[in-house]
Write a protein that binds this ligand. Sequence first.
Ligand SMILES: [Zn+2]
Length: 255
Amino acid sequence: MVMAFTLSACIEEPKEEENIIISDSYIILESTIYATEVYTFESSIEGPTIMIVGGIHGDEVAGWKVALDLIERDDFTGKVIIIPRANYLATTLVSRYPGQDNNGLYDGIIYSDLNRIFPGKIDGTMTELIAHAIIQEVEKYQPDYIVDLHESKRSYASKISPLIGDEIIYGNSKSTFFAYDMVDLFNKQYLEEGDTKFAVDNSAPEGSFNNYCGNNYEAIVFTIETNRQLSLSKRITQQNQLIDILFKLAKENFI
Ligand SMILES: [Zn+2]
């Protein structure tokens, strides 16, 4: 019998590697009013370990809303760890920290700015306890990238009391080029007419998550700071665009 093959039957299209993601979640700070969820995603496709933290400041809404939306994505590669609402009660109150307008007093407990108290301690104040719990997650996963999602009240380009909005703040010298690459790509690809160009800064204050991680881990560490003068939807869009760039560059850098 004569077998006939067509050429197309013999040449297989190269298949895209199937991406199987195992996801998990668990609670840290369990049985406290700060109990919050950690989400992990482990892909069958190798890649870097990326940790994304939102909600260290509860009133910087775009950051933690984007982190919450991220857990619905199904295209991660490598390992991704997300803590969307690190300062859970602060996000519920939409406040920088509980009791911010009352000398830190909220419901009979004194709180302080979580982002000035890292690495915290297990037997310290409530705020130090939260910082400590978040650092335990960094210790556990030893991420290659640590990303902290924040917002600032004004742009660095504001004429009145400029702050740190529209910036990527890097946490150590290892992160410098990555931060510049991110900003370059963002300004080329996503900037719309009238937008302020994103800029790079290294001004993370002592006790901030960025500063502590930058000084104590080998990771690439940076903070995204959108500008709260813009609409929430615009800020969410920008945070998502910057995170897309992070995933793209981190994938390219992975050997
Ligand atoms: Zn902040």
